[in-house]
Ligand binder design. Sequence first.
Ligand code: ZN
Length: 83
Amino acid sequence: MKRPSPTIEDIIIPQDKQDKLDIMLKSNRSRAMKDLAIRNAAGGRCHRCELIPTKIVKYHLEGITLAERYCDSCFNQIKGEIA
Ligand SMILES: [Zn+2]
């Protein structure tokens, strides 16, 4: 089944939050703590590579919205598929 064309939004992380997140991700905290930090800052990890996402791709289906997040490099790879 072909998906409908999605809407694309930027994920804006304020610089101070981004700085804290970078420090956190370089630390030896647990995976769960890092997951939570990324979720707080960006809503979740990149759908493909699990890095911090910069774009949110929303598919508006019948009554529900399916949101997928992508980092810059993954977004560039999927851009052609979703246009
Ligand atoms: Zn990615």
